[in-house]
Design a protein around this ligand. Structure first.
Ligand SMILES: NC(=O)c1ccc[n+]([C@@H]2O[C@H](COP(=O)([O-])OP(=O)(O)OC[C@H]3O[C@@H](n4cnc5c(N)ncnc54)[C@H](O)[C@@H]3O)[C@@H](O)[C@H]2O)c1
Length: 92
């Protein structure tokens, strides 16, 4: 289904933070979210690939260099408990 026809799936007004989104699976997800109308923040450790991703995906994308294994900078991007602190999380 194309982003134009799937109105019930539109992501306008939503903000997605995608970690590891500068390449590979994460970049593909970022592209889909942009195509469906979301504003996207890509957080990745690799500054070079991050720059290329930001340039390729356009103005609805903000990039931030973050090592997601480091709690303090990760909290600036996505405040709240990480998986290691959230008892309901299954990603431990
Ligand atoms: N590619 C596949 O077909 C596939 C299938 C199943 C599962 N996976 C899993 O999905 C994940 C991503 O796969 P991929 O192929 O997109 O990998 P990839 O190596 O192409 O991309 C990973 C991205 O994560 C970033 N990254 C790595 N460590 C980071 C850190 N500490 N903080 C922030 N960013 C970091 C890298 O810079 C890179 O941009 C992996 O865990 C992989 O095992 C991939």
């Amino acid at each position: 289904m194309s982003p134009q026809t799937a109105n019930h799936m539109r992501l306008d007004g939503k903000v997605a933070v995608i970690t590891g989104g500068a390449q590979g699976v994460g970049l593909g997800i970022a592209q889909e979210f942009v195509d469906y109308g979301a504003t996207v923040i890509i957080a990745d450790i690799n500054e070079e690939t991050l720059k290329r991703a930001g340039a390729a995906l356009g103005p609805k994308v903000t990039t931030v260099v973050v090592d997601v294994t480091d709690r303090a900078p990760r909290r600036r991007v996505a405040p709240g408990p990480g998986p290691e602190e959230d008892p309901s999380s299954t990603s431990r």
